[in-house]
Design a binder for this molecule. Sequence first.
Ligand code: PLP
Length: 461
Amino acid sequence: MHKVDFEMVEMTLDVMKYAIGRITHPAPELGKPKKEEELKTLVGETITPDGIGGERAFQLFKEVLIKATVPIDHPRHLAFVPASPTRAAVMFDLVTSASSIHGAYWMEGAGGIFCENEAMKWLVSLTGLPKGSFGVFTSGGTAANLSAMVTARENWRKNPENVNKKGLIITSSGAHSSVKSMAKVIDCDVLLVETEEQMTAEALSDSIITLDAQQRDRLFAVVATGGTTNAGIIDDLSGIAEICGAENLWFHVDAAYGGGALASKSARPLFHGIEKADSITIDPHKWLFSPYDCGAIIYKNPELAKEAHSQEGSYLEIFKDEGAHGFNPSDYQIQLTRRVRGLPLWFSLAMHGTDKYSWAVDQGIGLANLAGQLIRKHPLVELVREPSLSCVLFRRKGWLPQDYTHWTYKNHREGFALVTPTKYRQKGVYETVARFCFINPDTTEKDISMILDSMALKDVV
Ligand SMILES: Cc1ncc(COP(=O)(O)O)c(C=O)c1O
Protein backbone atom coordinates (compact mmCIF):
# COMPACT_ATOMS: atom_id res chain seq x y z
CA MET A 1 0.00 0.00 0.00
CA HIS A 2 2.89 2.33 0.66
CA LYS A 3 4.93 1.37 -2.38
CA VAL A 4 5.50 3.71 -5.31
CA ASP A 5 4.68 1.66 -8.38
CA PHE A 6 3.21 2.10 -11.82
CA GLU A 7 -0.38 1.67 -10.62
CA MET A 8 0.11 4.32 -7.96
CA VAL A 9 1.57 6.80 -10.47
CA GLU A 10 -1.34 6.18 -12.83
CA MET A 11 -3.79 6.70 -10.02
CA THR A 12 -2.07 9.96 -9.08
CA LEU A 13 -2.49 11.21 -12.64
CA ASP A 14 -6.16 10.19 -12.67
CA VAL A 15 -6.75 11.98 -9.40
CA MET A 16 -4.98 15.10 -10.66
CA LYS A 17 -7.00 15.05 -13.86
CA TYR A 18 -10.22 14.81 -11.86
CA ALA A 19 -9.11 17.58 -9.49
CA ILE A 20 -8.18 19.91 -12.35
CA GLY A 21 -11.51 19.22 -14.06
CA ARG A 22 -13.45 19.94 -10.86
CA ILE A 23 -11.45 23.01 -9.88
CA THR A 24 -11.88 24.63 -13.29
CA HIS A 25 -15.57 23.78 -13.67
CA PRO A 26 -17.70 26.93 -13.40
CA ALA A 27 -20.93 25.15 -12.34
CA PRO A 28 -20.52 21.50 -11.40
CA GLU A 29 -23.57 19.27 -11.59
CA LEU A 30 -25.92 19.84 -8.67
CA GLY A 31 -26.15 16.31 -7.31
CA LYS A 32 -28.93 14.97 -5.14
CA PRO A 33 -29.06 12.29 -2.48
CA LYS A 34 -30.20 8.74 -3.12
CA LYS A 35 -31.33 6.26 -0.50
CA GLU A 36 -28.52 4.19 0.99
CA GLU A 37 -30.02 0.99 -0.48
CA GLU A 38 -30.01 2.55 -3.96
CA LEU A 39 -26.39 3.59 -3.63
CA LYS A 40 -25.48 0.14 -2.38
CA THR A 41 -27.21 -1.47 -5.35
CA LEU A 42 -25.36 0.85 -7.71
CA VAL A 43 -21.87 0.40 -6.28
CA GLY A 44 -22.01 -3.04 -4.68
CA GLU A 45 -19.39 -4.18 -2.16
CA THR A 46 -16.46 -1.79 -2.11
CA ILE A 47 -14.69 -2.98 1.02
CA THR A 48 -13.47 -6.50 0.45
CA PRO A 49 -10.49 -8.56 1.70
CA ASP A 50 -8.64 -8.15 -1.59
CA GLY A 51 -9.79 -4.63 -2.50
CA ILE A 52 -11.64 -3.73 -5.69
CA GLY A 53 -8.73 -1.72 -7.11
CA GLY A 54 -8.23 2.02 -7.24
CA GLU A 55 -9.48 2.37 -10.78
CA ARG A 56 -12.82 0.70 -10.03
CA ALA A 57 -13.29 2.54 -6.74
CA PHE A 58 -12.56 5.89 -8.37
CA GLN A 59 -14.87 5.08 -11.27
CA LEU A 60 -17.72 4.34 -8.83
CA PHE A 61 -17.00 7.57 -7.03
CA LYS A 62 -17.04 9.64 -10.23
CA GLU A 63 -19.98 7.94 -11.87
CA VAL A 64 -22.28 7.33 -8.92
CA LEU A 65 -21.27 8.69 -5.57
CA ILE A 66 -20.22 12.25 -6.37
CA LYS A 67 -23.55 12.65 -8.18
CA ALA A 68 -25.27 12.01 -4.87
CA THR A 69 -23.64 15.09 -3.34
CA VAL A 70 -24.33 18.79 -3.67
CA PRO A 71 -21.33 20.91 -4.69
CA ILE A 72 -21.36 23.59 -2.03
CA ASP A 73 -19.91 26.11 -4.47
CA HIS A 74 -22.63 25.82 -7.11
CA PRO A 75 -23.72 29.39 -7.94
CA ARG A 76 -27.37 28.50 -7.34
CA HIS A 77 -26.66 26.75 -4.04
CA LEU A 78 -28.00 29.45 -1.76
CA ALA A 79 -29.18 27.25 1.11
CA PHE A 80 -27.94 27.07 4.72
CA VAL A 81 -24.52 28.75 4.69
CA PRO A 82 -22.99 27.71 1.37
CA ALA A 83 -19.30 27.98 0.63
CA SER A 84 -17.16 28.96 -2.25
CA PRO A 85 -13.53 28.06 -1.70
CA THR A 86 -11.12 29.84 -4.02
CA ARG A 87 -9.49 27.63 -6.58
CA ALA A 88 -6.12 28.49 -5.07
CA ALA A 89 -7.31 27.35 -1.64
CA VAL A 90 -8.67 24.08 -3.03
CA MET A 91 -5.42 23.40 -4.87
CA PHE A 92 -3.48 24.04 -1.71
CA ASP A 93 -5.76 21.71 0.19
CA LEU A 94 -4.33 19.00 -2.05
CA VAL A 95 -0.84 20.21 -1.21
CA THR A 96 -1.72 20.26 2.49
CA SER A 97 -2.81 16.62 2.29
CA ALA A 98 0.18 15.58 0.22
CA SER A 99 2.56 17.22 2.68
CA SER A 100 1.36 15.16 5.68
CA ILE A 101 2.00 17.82 8.29
CA HIS A 102 1.08 17.33 11.94
CA GLY A 103 -0.38 20.66 12.98
CA ALA A 104 -0.51 20.22 16.73
CA TYR A 105 2.97 21.33 17.75
CA TRP A 106 5.61 23.66 16.37
CA MET A 107 8.25 20.97 16.74
CA GLU A 108 6.68 18.95 13.92
CA GLY A 109 4.63 21.50 12.02
CA ALA A 110 6.62 24.76 12.26
CA GLY A 111 6.57 25.69 8.56
CA GLY A 112 2.86 24.94 8.21
CA ILE A 113 1.94 26.57 11.51
CA PHE A 114 3.97 29.64 10.50
CA CYS A 115 1.75 29.98 7.40
CA GLU A 116 -1.42 29.48 9.45
CA ASN A 117 -0.25 32.16 11.86
CA GLU A 118 0.38 34.64 9.06
CA ALA A 119 -3.23 34.14 7.91
CA MET A 120 -4.38 34.33 11.52
CA LYS A 121 -2.65 37.71 11.98
CA TRP A 122 -4.78 39.09 9.16
CA LEU A 123 -7.93 37.60 10.67
CA VAL A 124 -7.10 39.09 14.08
CA SER A 125 -6.40 42.47 12.48
CA LEU A 126 -9.93 42.48 11.03
CA THR A 127 -11.42 42.15 14.51
CA GLY A 128 -9.65 45.18 15.97
CA LEU A 129 -8.80 43.20 19.12
CA PRO A 130 -5.87 44.65 21.09
CA LYS A 131 -2.23 43.68 20.67
CA GLY A 132 -1.47 40.22 22.04
CA SER A 133 -4.76 38.77 20.83
CA PHE A 134 -4.37 35.67 18.77
CA GLY A 135 -6.11 32.52 17.66
CA VAL A 136 -5.98 29.12 16.03
CA PHE A 137 -7.80 27.35 13.26
CA THR A 138 -10.34 24.76 14.31
CA SER A 139 -12.50 22.21 12.53
CA GLY A 140 -15.36 24.72 12.40
CA GLY A 141 -17.60 27.07 14.32
CA THR A 142 -18.88 24.42 16.69
CA ALA A 143 -15.37 23.48 17.81
CA ALA A 144 -14.44 27.17 18.03
CA ASN A 145 -17.46 28.00 20.18
CA LEU A 146 -16.75 25.00 22.41
CA SER A 147 -13.09 25.97 22.79
CA ALA A 148 -14.11 29.50 23.80
CA MET A 149 -16.75 28.30 26.25
CA VAL A 150 -14.30 25.91 27.92
CA THR A 151 -11.78 28.74 28.22
CA ALA A 152 -14.39 31.07 29.70
CA ARG A 153 -15.63 28.45 32.14
CA GLU A 154 -12.13 27.47 33.29
CA ASN A 155 -11.26 31.12 33.78
CA TRP A 156 -14.39 31.60 35.90
CA ARG A 157 -13.55 28.49 37.91
CA LYS A 158 -10.18 29.92 38.87
CA ASN A 159 -12.15 31.45 41.67
CA PRO A 160 -12.33 28.57 44.19
CA GLU A 161 -15.91 29.55 45.03
CA ASN A 162 -16.96 28.58 41.50
CA VAL A 163 -15.24 25.22 41.30
CA ASN A 164 -18.27 23.10 42.09
CA LYS A 165 -20.87 25.36 40.53
CA LYS A 166 -22.72 24.59 37.34
CA GLY A 167 -22.16 27.50 35.00
CA LEU A 168 -24.78 29.56 33.22
CA ILE A 169 -24.46 31.49 29.98
CA ILE A 170 -26.79 33.95 28.32
CA THR A 171 -27.29 34.02 24.59
CA SER A 172 -30.16 34.86 22.26
CA SER A 173 -32.74 32.60 20.68
CA GLY A 174 -31.23 33.61 17.34
CA ALA A 175 -27.81 32.21 18.34
CA HIS A 176 -26.61 29.20 16.41
CA SER A 177 -27.68 25.76 17.64
CA SER A 178 -24.04 24.89 18.29
CA VAL A 179 -23.93 27.35 21.21
CA LYS A 180 -26.76 25.52 22.94
CA SER A 181 -25.30 22.13 21.97
CA MET A 182 -21.83 22.97 23.24
CA ALA A 183 -23.34 24.22 26.50
CA LYS A 184 -24.57 20.64 26.94
CA VAL A 185 -21.07 19.35 26.31
CA ILE A 186 -19.66 21.51 29.10
CA ASP A 187 -22.76 20.85 31.21
CA CYS A 188 -23.75 24.44 31.70
CA ASP A 189 -27.20 26.01 31.59
CA VAL A 190 -28.28 28.46 28.92
CA LEU A 191 -30.66 31.35 29.33
CA LEU A 192 -32.08 32.59 26.05
CA VAL A 193 -32.92 36.21 25.40
CA GLU A 194 -36.01 35.74 23.23
CA THR A 195 -35.72 37.79 20.10
CA GLU A 196 -35.92 37.17 16.40
CA GLU A 197 -34.04 40.42 15.84
CA GLN A 198 -30.89 41.87 17.37
CA MET A 199 -30.07 41.00 20.98
CA THR A 200 -29.86 44.46 22.49
CA ALA A 201 -27.97 45.62 25.56
CA GLU A 202 -31.30 46.48 27.14
CA ALA A 203 -32.71 42.98 26.59
CA LEU A 204 -29.54 41.46 28.01
CA SER A 205 -29.67 43.69 31.06
CA ASP A 206 -33.34 42.85 31.58
CA SER A 207 -32.56 39.16 31.57
CA ILE A 208 -29.65 39.56 33.99
CA ILE A 209 -31.96 41.46 36.34
CA THR A 210 -34.45 38.57 36.35
CA LEU A 211 -31.82 36.12 37.67
CA ASP A 212 -32.04 35.13 41.30
CA ALA A 213 -28.89 35.41 43.44
CA GLN A 214 -27.90 31.80 42.88
CA GLN A 215 -28.30 32.05 39.10
CA ARG A 216 -26.39 35.33 39.00
CA ASP A 217 -23.60 33.59 40.84
CA ARG A 218 -23.45 30.92 38.17
CA LEU A 219 -23.52 33.30 35.21
CA PHE A 220 -20.07 33.48 33.64
CA ALA A 221 -20.47 34.36 29.95
CA VAL A 222 -22.58 36.01 27.29
CA VAL A 223 -22.54 34.75 23.72
CA ALA A 224 -23.52 37.36 21.16
CA THR A 225 -23.88 36.67 17.46
CA GLY A 226 -22.07 38.55 14.71
CA GLY A 227 -24.44 37.58 11.92
CA THR A 228 -27.20 35.10 12.74
CA THR A 229 -27.30 32.10 10.49
CA ASN A 230 -30.97 32.51 9.74
CA ALA A 231 -31.07 36.18 8.85
CA GLY A 232 -27.61 37.75 9.10
CA ILE A 233 -28.52 39.84 12.14
CA ILE A 234 -25.71 41.32 14.23
CA ASP A 235 -26.33 41.77 17.95
CA ASP A 236 -25.62 45.08 19.69
CA LEU A 237 -22.00 44.10 20.25
CA SER A 238 -20.94 47.43 21.69
CA GLY A 239 -23.75 47.62 24.24
CA ILE A 240 -23.32 43.96 25.20
CA ALA A 241 -19.56 44.48 25.61
CA GLU A 242 -20.24 47.27 28.05
CA ILE A 243 -22.56 45.12 30.16
CA CYS A 244 -20.11 42.22 30.14
CA GLY A 245 -17.37 44.61 31.31
CA ALA A 246 -19.53 46.02 34.10
CA GLU A 247 -20.80 42.59 35.21
CA ASN A 248 -17.44 40.84 34.88
CA LEU A 249 -18.72 38.34 32.30
CA TRP A 250 -16.81 36.68 29.50
CA PHE A 251 -17.92 38.20 26.17
CA HIS A 252 -17.87 35.74 23.28
CA VAL A 253 -18.93 36.74 19.77
CA ASP A 254 -19.99 33.95 17.45
CA ALA A 255 -19.24 35.42 14.05
CA ALA A 256 -18.78 32.02 12.41
CA TYR A 257 -20.84 33.08 9.41
CA GLY A 258 -20.80 36.89 9.57
CA GLY A 259 -17.15 37.29 10.51
CA GLY A 260 -16.09 37.28 6.86
CA ALA A 261 -17.88 40.62 6.53
CA LEU A 262 -15.24 42.19 8.78
CA ALA A 263 -13.21 42.29 5.57
CA SER A 264 -15.80 44.56 3.97
CA LYS A 265 -15.28 48.30 4.49
CA SER A 266 -19.00 48.97 4.22
CA ALA A 267 -20.07 46.21 6.65
CA ARG A 268 -17.26 46.60 9.22
CA PRO A 269 -19.00 49.39 11.22
CA LEU A 270 -21.94 47.03 11.88
CA PHE A 271 -19.60 44.99 14.09
CA HIS A 272 -18.69 47.93 16.32
CA GLY A 273 -17.87 46.52 19.76
CA ILE A 274 -16.43 43.22 18.52
CA GLU A 275 -13.00 44.59 19.39
CA LYS A 276 -13.99 44.36 23.07
CA ALA A 277 -14.71 40.62 22.92
CA ASP A 278 -12.84 38.08 25.02
CA SER A 279 -13.16 35.55 22.21
CA ILE A 280 -14.46 35.49 18.65
CA THR A 281 -15.42 32.63 16.34
CA ILE A 282 -14.92 33.19 12.61
CA ASP A 283 -15.24 30.39 10.06
CA PRO A 284 -13.03 30.83 7.00
CA HIS A 285 -14.89 27.87 5.50
CA LYS A 286 -18.03 29.99 5.42
CA TRP A 287 -17.38 33.49 4.12
CA LEU A 288 -13.62 33.56 3.69
CA PHE A 289 -13.52 31.11 0.83
CA SER A 290 -11.62 28.24 2.45
CA PRO A 291 -12.38 24.59 1.78
CA TYR A 292 -13.94 22.51 4.56
CA ASP A 293 -13.08 22.34 7.24
CA CYS A 294 -11.67 25.53 8.59
CA GLY A 295 -12.99 27.49 11.54
CA ALA A 296 -11.11 29.83 13.83
CA ILE A 297 -11.17 30.87 17.45
CA ILE A 298 -9.50 34.12 18.47
CA TYR A 299 -8.82 35.17 22.06
CA LYS A 300 -8.08 38.56 23.55
CA ASN A 301 -5.86 36.78 26.06
CA PRO A 302 -4.58 33.53 24.51
CA GLU A 303 -2.85 32.61 27.77
CA LEU A 304 -6.26 31.88 29.30
CA ALA A 305 -6.99 29.46 26.46
CA LYS A 306 -3.64 27.79 27.01
CA GLU A 307 -4.38 27.32 30.69
CA ALA A 308 -7.68 25.69 29.75
CA HIS A 309 -6.63 23.53 26.81
CA SER A 310 -2.97 22.63 27.05
CA GLN A 311 -2.70 18.85 27.35
CA GLU A 312 -0.20 17.10 29.59
CA GLY A 313 1.31 13.67 29.00
CA SER A 314 4.65 11.96 29.32
CA TYR A 315 4.98 11.55 25.59
CA LEU A 316 4.01 15.18 24.98
CA GLU A 317 6.61 16.75 27.24
CA ILE A 318 9.20 17.08 24.48
CA PHE A 319 6.88 19.42 22.58
CA LYS A 320 6.96 21.87 25.45
CA ASP A 321 10.73 21.71 25.75
CA GLU A 322 12.85 24.77 25.02
CA GLY A 323 14.37 23.07 21.98
CA ALA A 324 10.94 22.68 20.40
CA HIS A 325 10.07 26.25 21.22
CA GLY A 326 7.28 27.79 19.19
CA PHE A 327 3.55 28.21 18.94
CA ASN A 328 1.57 25.04 19.60
CA PRO A 329 -1.96 25.32 18.15
CA SER A 330 -3.17 22.39 20.21
CA ASP A 331 -2.72 24.42 23.38
CA TYR A 332 -5.54 26.79 22.44
CA GLN A 333 -8.49 24.62 21.43
CA ILE A 334 -10.05 21.23 22.05
CA GLN A 335 -8.20 19.16 19.47
CA LEU A 336 -4.75 17.56 19.79
CA THR A 337 -3.76 16.00 16.46
CA ARG A 338 -4.83 18.44 13.79
CA ARG A 339 -4.50 19.12 10.11
CA VAL A 340 -2.87 22.49 9.31
CA ARG A 341 -6.26 23.53 8.06
CA GLY A 342 -5.36 27.19 7.82
CA LEU A 343 -2.80 26.45 5.06
CA PRO A 344 -5.22 26.66 2.12
CA LEU A 345 -6.41 30.06 3.40
CA TRP A 346 -2.82 31.23 3.79
CA PHE A 347 -1.89 30.25 0.23
CA SER A 348 -4.97 31.83 -1.28
CA LEU A 349 -4.44 35.03 0.74
CA ALA A 350 -0.78 35.12 -0.24
CA MET A 351 -1.62 34.55 -3.89
CA HIS A 352 -4.52 36.96 -4.23
CA GLY A 353 -3.93 39.55 -1.52
CA THR A 354 -6.43 40.69 1.07
CA ASP A 355 -8.11 43.31 -1.19
CA LYS A 356 -9.59 40.58 -3.34
CA TYR A 357 -11.06 38.99 -0.22
CA SER A 358 -12.73 42.29 0.65
CA TRP A 359 -14.04 42.50 -2.91
CA ALA A 360 -15.43 38.95 -2.86
CA VAL A 361 -17.19 39.50 0.48
CA ASP A 362 -18.67 42.75 -0.85
CA GLN A 363 -20.01 40.78 -3.79
CA GLY A 364 -22.03 38.60 -1.39
CA ILE A 365 -23.47 41.68 0.30
CA GLY A 366 -24.16 43.22 -3.12
CA LEU A 367 -25.96 40.08 -4.29
CA ALA A 368 -28.19 40.17 -1.20
CA ASN A 369 -29.10 43.79 -1.91
CA LEU A 370 -29.69 42.99 -5.57
CA ALA A 371 -31.96 40.10 -4.58
CA GLY A 372 -33.83 42.56 -2.34
CA GLN A 373 -34.43 44.86 -5.33
CA LEU A 374 -35.53 41.99 -7.56
CA ILE A 375 -37.91 40.73 -4.89
CA ARG A 376 -39.44 44.20 -4.46
CA LYS A 377 -40.16 44.34 -8.18
CA HIS A 378 -41.41 40.77 -8.53
CA PRO A 379 -45.20 40.33 -8.41
CA LEU A 380 -45.13 36.92 -6.66
CA VAL A 381 -42.80 37.57 -3.77
CA GLU A 382 -42.13 40.09 -1.02
CA LEU A 383 -39.37 40.76 1.48
CA VAL A 384 -39.93 39.53 5.02
CA ARG A 385 -37.23 41.88 6.30
CA GLU A 386 -34.51 43.97 4.68
CA PRO A 387 -31.47 41.93 3.55
CA SER A 388 -28.83 41.73 6.24
CA LEU A 389 -25.21 40.86 5.46
CA SER A 390 -25.70 38.28 2.69
CA CYS A 391 -29.02 36.81 3.92
CA VAL A 392 -32.40 37.54 2.39
CA LEU A 393 -35.73 36.31 3.79
CA PHE A 394 -38.72 36.53 1.50
CA ARG A 395 -42.18 35.05 1.10
CA ARG A 396 -43.98 33.69 -1.91
CA LYS A 397 -47.40 35.29 -1.65
CA GLY A 398 -50.11 32.71 -1.00
CA TRP A 399 -47.82 29.78 -0.26
CA LEU A 400 -48.22 27.34 2.60
CA PRO A 401 -45.20 25.66 4.27
CA GLN A 402 -45.57 22.54 2.13
CA ASP A 403 -45.37 24.62 -1.06
CA TYR A 404 -41.89 25.80 -0.06
CA THR A 405 -40.88 22.20 0.63
CA HIS A 406 -42.15 20.96 -2.74
CA TRP A 407 -40.52 23.87 -4.55
CA THR A 408 -37.17 23.13 -2.85
CA TYR A 409 -37.33 19.46 -3.83
CA LYS A 410 -38.43 20.20 -7.38
CA ASN A 411 -35.55 22.62 -8.00
CA HIS A 412 -33.12 20.17 -6.43
CA ARG A 413 -34.53 17.17 -8.29
CA GLU A 414 -34.09 18.99 -11.57
CA GLY A 415 -30.50 19.90 -10.74
CA PHE A 416 -31.40 23.57 -11.04
CA ALA A 417 -30.87 25.09 -7.59
CA LEU A 418 -30.75 24.38 -3.89
CA VAL A 419 -32.69 27.03 -2.00
CA THR A 420 -34.33 25.93 1.24
CA PRO A 421 -37.05 27.44 3.40
CA THR A 422 -36.67 28.59 6.97
CA LYS A 423 -38.93 29.98 9.65
CA TYR A 424 -39.14 33.55 10.81
CA ARG A 425 -41.05 34.73 13.85
CA GLN A 426 -43.03 37.94 13.90
CA LYS A 427 -45.37 38.95 16.75
CA GLY A 428 -44.84 35.54 18.30
CA VAL A 429 -45.94 33.64 15.18
CA TYR A 430 -43.59 31.53 13.10
CA GLU A 431 -43.95 31.79 9.34
CA THR A 432 -42.28 29.53 6.78
CA VAL A 433 -40.41 31.70 4.31
CA ALA A 434 -37.75 31.35 1.64
CA ARG A 435 -34.14 32.24 2.34
CA PHE A 436 -31.09 33.14 0.27
CA CYS A 437 -27.57 33.15 1.67
CA PHE A 438 -25.00 34.47 -0.80
CA ILE A 439 -21.35 33.50 -0.53
CA ASN A 440 -20.27 32.65 -4.07
CA PRO A 441 -19.24 35.80 -5.94
CA ASP A 442 -20.02 34.02 -9.22
CA THR A 443 -23.76 33.92 -8.54
CA THR A 444 -25.43 36.21 -11.10
CA GLU A 445 -28.53 38.39 -11.33
CA LYS A 446 -29.87 35.86 -13.82
CA ASP A 447 -29.46 33.05 -11.27
CA ILE A 448 -31.50 35.02 -8.74
CA SER A 449 -34.19 35.95 -11.26
CA MET A 450 -34.51 32.37 -12.48
CA ILE A 451 -34.96 31.14 -8.90
CA LEU A 452 -37.62 33.76 -8.19
CA ASP A 453 -39.38 32.88 -11.44
CA SER A 454 -39.37 29.20 -10.46
CA MET A 455 -41.82 30.18 -7.72
CA ALA A 456 -44.45 30.89 -10.36
CA LEU A 457 -45.09 27.18 -10.68
CA LYS A 458 -48.40 25.94 -9.39
CA ASP A 459 -47.61 22.27 -9.95
CA VAL A 460 -44.65 22.21 -7.61
CA VAL A 461 -45.55 18.80 -6.12
C1 PLP B 1 -23.30 31.56 13.60
C2 PLP B 1 -22.82 30.15 13.50
N1 PLP B 1 -22.15 29.61 14.52
C3 PLP B 1 -21.70 28.35 14.49
C4 PLP B 1 -21.92 27.55 13.40
C5 PLP B 1 -21.39 26.14 13.40
O1 PLP B 1 -20.30 26.08 12.55
P1 PLP B 1 -19.74 24.67 11.99
O2 PLP B 1 -20.86 24.08 11.20
O3 PLP B 1 -18.57 25.06 11.19
O4 PLP B 1 -19.38 23.83 13.16
C6 PLP B 1 -22.62 28.06 12.30
C7 PLP B 1 -22.90 27.22 11.13
O5 PLP B 1 -23.63 27.57 10.24
C8 PLP B 1 -23.07 29.40 12.34
O6 PLP B 1 -23.73 29.95 11.32
